[in-house]
Design a protein around this ligand. Structure first.
Ligand code: ADP
Ligand code: ZN
Length: 529
């Protein structure tokens, strides 16, 4: 280990060089560091890989006292602290995974003024004990990492973050920082209010990740599409495949392995030793594909992840941005790809319906999903849509699927009216509601047992949509659901009209639909209209 050194009062740039071996600050780093070293508060919005750590670690080293880092990522604290110690920094952490003796040693070091950085989990700061301890020592700076967790409406809310605003009163005169890699303008405002950072200076980096290419395809046969996508990447590329459930993770990993790919599963239900082994193979070896739930990735520092794939729809744009952001941290070209379909929309609406929580909470979840769907269905530039969501204006990028191959649109009014009238007739005449599959069978004039039993071949819309394929109809329904022209209800995702249906039924609302671009035979429908 390098000798422990005291950097108090040193020049930040010299510290950057001596401790980290970097030649210069990047982007806003120098300004942020200087502002905090001078005692100012700061709100830092910077994408993953932007270099946030340096902005609080250097002030903590330069200012007298200990820098307090609040981080929810308990699993990473140990590694982060080890890395700092390996660089000659006096660092420690306090969390629930620690043995009492170890905790006491860290507390003693803090009180003796022998720590430059102290990492603490947010729940620790809810109790009088840790706060009392901190008051008896000397803090140089308070850094609240993953600050978006304070947002009650955000995708990552942690109740313990709400108490962190009190640190302002407890430690007056200690500069405070809030840092995050995902914040919409609304979330940023919430961070400022709740963490009492009204006088803080804001530092907002561009959220653009220019080396990442964004691609979203309609889901037809996700496993086959996934293999095709992975094979289209340079040989030996490391990547992450995200799925929603543990079961899908395991099945997908097994399938990829059966196709000769070096794929491993990762989710919270696996043994800790298995998880650790898979993670270290992913970090160490070339070309490993990690199939994982979103439990994987937080704080994984692998700069050369070449692709990230989603085979299930993320719940929010924030989540999507965070997960895709794990690609290409080294700045080299990387591709993120998602397969998304009707089933995803139905499933997520159902999950929101069934989630515990009051009406306004569900409404917020619905808004998160709507923003995600808008990104999926846009005929404009994906990057522009994404950056706009984070309040940043930009031009079409020329490096996403919609820029590279502008999607065709077709006039979906008649098709939509056929679908809506079928739903209306079943509801009014028979008091019945059905999911997409049976409605498509009716429209396409299928001869199924269920249709015969129900006498649905006598409906006036029976067979009226035979000009479109099953796949085309799924695309129509998916897009209408995404726009709220119809809604999916209950356990079976039965389809019903919404307020927005009326305009379409009357022919007053235009319904331009996206023709799904697919590596499959046949287009998205309009050609045969
Ligand atoms: P974030 O926390 O914003 O995701 P990190 O602090 O982990 O980002 O930094 C991302 C990467 O950039 C790390 O590998 C880090 O070593 C590197 N890095 C940060 N600042 C600099 C710099 N000034 N010069 C060179 N590399 C840097
Ligand atoms: Zn684009």
């Amino acid at each position: 280990l390098p000798a422990v050194r005291d950097f108090t009062g040193h020049d930040p740039r010299a510290v950057l060089h001596e401790v980290y071996g970097y030649d210069a600050f990047r982007g806003d780093q120098a300004d942020i560091v200087q502002h905090v070293v001078d005692g100012g508060d700061a709100v830092v919005l910077m994408p993953t890989g932007g270099g946030k750590s340096v902005t609080y670690q250097v002030p903590a080293l330069v200012r007298p006292g200990t820098g307090l880092v609040v981080s929810p990522l308990i699993a990473l604290m140990h590694d982060q602290v080890e890395a700092l110690i390996a660089n000659g920094v006096r660092a420690g952490y306090l969390n629930s995974t620690q043995a009492p003796a170890e905790r006491q040693a860290v507390e003693q070091a803090y009180l003796a003024g022998e720590l430059d950085l102290l990492y603490v989990a947010p729940e620790r700061l809810n109790g009088a004990q840790t706060l009392g301890l901190l008051s008896r020592g000397r803090l140089s700076v308070i850094a609240i990492d993953e600050a978006h967790c304070v947002s009650q409406w955000g995708h990552d809310f942690r109740p313990d973050y709400l108490a962190l605003g009190d640190l302002a009163d407890r430690f007056p005169g200690v500069p405070r920082m809030a840092l995050t890699a995902t914040a919409t303008p609304e979330t940023a405002q919430e961070i400022v209010e709740r963490l009492r950072l009204r006088d803080a200076r804001g530092f907002v980096a561009s959220f653009d990740r220019p080396n990442i290419q964004y691609r979203i395809d309609a889901k037809v046969d996700p496993r086959r599409q996934l293999v095709q996508f992975i094979r289209s990447q340079p040989e030996g590329s490391a990547g992450i495949v995200y799925a929603l459930s543990r079961k899908t993770v395991e099945q997908t990993a097994a399938y990829l392995a059966s196709q000769g790919l070096d794929a491993l599963p990762y989710h919270a239900g696996l043994d800790a030793s298995v998880r650790a082994a898979h993670q270290s193979r992913f970090l160490r070896d070339d070309g490993v594909v990690m199939v994982a739930t979103i439990a994987f990735g937080m704080g994984i520092d692998k700069p050369d992840v070449r692709f990230v794939a989603h085979i299930d729809l993320p719940k929010s744009v924030e989540g999507y941005y965070q997960e895709t952001g794990r690609a290409g941290r080294d700045g080299d070209p990387s591709v993120v790809w998602m397969a998304y379909g009707l089933g995803d929309v139905v499933q997520q609406r159902r999950m929101i319906d069934q989630s515990p929580g009051d009406r306004s909470y569900k409404m917020r979840l619905g808004q998160h999903l709507d923003a995600m769907l808008a990104l999926c269905e846009t005929v404009g530039c994906r990057r522009q849509n994404l950056l706009d969501y984070f309040g940043q204006r930009s031009e079409p990028c020329g490096n996403c699927d919609t820029c590279l191959t502008p999607p065709d649109t077709w006039d979906g009014l008649i098709a939509s009216q056929k679908l809506l009238s079928t739903i209306v007739r079943l509801q009014r005449e028979r008091g019945q509601a059905f999911g997409a599959g049976h409605l498509i069978d009716i429209l396409r004039g299928a001869k199924t047992e269920r249709i015969a039993q129900q006498g649905h071949d006598r409906l006036s819309t029976y067979g009226l949509g035979a000009d479109l394929s099953d796949q085309d109809w799924r695309s129509v329904i998916r897009q209408l659901l995404a726009r709220g022209v119809i809604v999916a209800q209950g356990d079976y995702g039965t389809l019903a009209l919404s307020e927005a249906s009326a305009g379409v039924l009357r022919g007053e609302t235009p319904v331009p639909l996206r023709r799904d671009a697919l590596g499959r035979t046949g287009g998205g429908g309009g050609s045969r209209q």
